[in-house]
Design a protein around this ligand. Sequence first.
Ligand SMILES: O=C(O)CCC(=O)C(=O)O
Length: 253
Amino acid sequence: MATSNSSAMQASLLQAYARDGYLVLRAAIDPTRLGEWVDEVEAMEERPGRQMVYYEGSVTDPAGRLRARIENFVPWHDGLRALVVDGLQAAASAVLGEEAVLFKDKIILKKPGSSGMAAHQDVQAGWLDYASRFVNAMVAVDAATSGNGCLEMVAGAHRRGLLGDVWKPLDEERISELTFVPLPCQPGDVVLFDGLAPHRSGENRSETSRRALYLTWSPASEGDARARYYADKRASFPPDCERESGQTYVYRV
Ligand SMILES: O=C(O)CCC(=O)C(=O)O
């Protein structure tokens, strides 16, 4: 591990991350402007080729259509990029054990009525076509609780490798072997987790949004795959404003 990266994070934290596959860093990011800046991204016009905005149905209103996720926001908001990408780059490099390069980024808006996320490992979404290892940072924008669908993680299971098929959430048999731990968070808390760490989240049945940023880094020594990843994603699962009418698009994992 490079000395500069090691000094960015205590050895005991790195050991906990290696053991559990995730690490909660309380108050790691200044939350003062987080919510306002996410509002600014959400208010940006949806145009082909820019940030990628996805809509989903509601679990509480059969006719509802909720803005659910915004991918590729980093190029379009300097404040957020400086705060969370530059701010967490050293931690990402420390847990990867080498210089990290930003692979992807998204905002999960989790508005009232949003569905949960089925149990999965992030690499099941075809990520291994781009690099062999990943670290994610979940940055809480709003308080996250069991009631509004906070992240739930499984300690240690990342060491077992891929637990299911690519492009499918984990099946019931696997899920029954795993112990999911809810991780309530306050704005500015960060959860670092491995691309192989199984996780899920519940529905948001509360009255307010539960927003979170997710940044993902891969080892720089394996190359910068971001442009290729987003070109492939725009082609296979385009944001709503880039879709062809009459075509069906299904979110798989
Ligand atoms: O924030 C959430 O509800 C979970 C998101 C998640 O697991 C993912 O995007 O992979």
